[in-house]
Design a protein around this ligand. Sequence first.
Ligand code: 13P
Ligand code: SF4
Length: 299
Amino acid sequence: MIEQILKLKKEKGAVILAHNYQRAEIQDIADFVADSLELSIRASKVKDAKIIVLCGVRFMAETAKILNPEKKVLLAAGDAGCPLAEMAEYPAVLELKEKNPSAMVVSYVNTTAMVKSITDACCTSANAHIVVKNIPSDKVIFLPDKNLGYFVQKRVPEKQIIMWDGYCFVHRQFTLKDIEESKRIHPDAEIIVHPECNPEVQEAADFILSTSGMLKRAKESPKKTIIIGTEEGIIHRMKKENPEKQFYCLGAAKMCPNMKKTTLEKLKATLEKESNEIILSAEILQKAKKSLEEMIKYT
Ligand code: 13P
Ligand code: SF4
């Protein structure tokens, strides 16, 4: 299967980009594995390849298309969505914007292309607080993740943030009890969690980082045991990059079923048929691009 995918990739002139939460075998076959911010930047810079195959969820493939509209962008698993992104629906965002005309909108990249088209600046978990700090308005509508919003508000207390009531159902499963239990079992370990975790989990952790930040910290940390509070797929790469260290999931392993929809079989079929192509109107492409360019400024 792997040989067939590599052959197809060469024949079609495709590049495979995968998120850090993908299955191990998908990460291993990809040309580039990264977090949402790095994937966006990489997608914007693809020159030679004719096709970009995104192994991740829909908003990531849409982002690649918006940033590189000349390329054919395929989502490896066509039905892989992100429920968090679906929590901010276009009409409701528009209504909130109209109610708060002096506020600027900062949207997490986990949003639909339609919502990006009415956003002033996008952000990822790696740069959300920097984007909010720098946006030229004291009043900000932040969407859709309220836990990332909590993280941002603590770091940018001078701004008034109108928070959307969204959350990631995967990260919401981590609890304070998981942290207490992990500390009891591994008293010398360092605990790193994603900013999509609930506030009390963030407060009790040693570090709150995006997936790229977690990978960097895993390398730099003097600790030999590290507990990870995010989707379990990232641990594959951590173990590969740091064979001398031990990595554990915080509590029971949490999986994002959407991220796990990409299999080698689906990747092969998508490449073969060039299916699951991302199609967006010229208007959405043009409007959404501005908000993503703002995001990329702060890397
Ligand atoms: P990162 O931006 O850290 O890659 O996270 C994306 C995501 O979907 C988290 O659940
Ligand atoms: Fe969406 Fe959460 Fe899955 Fe990330 S982990 S893709 S935010 S559902």
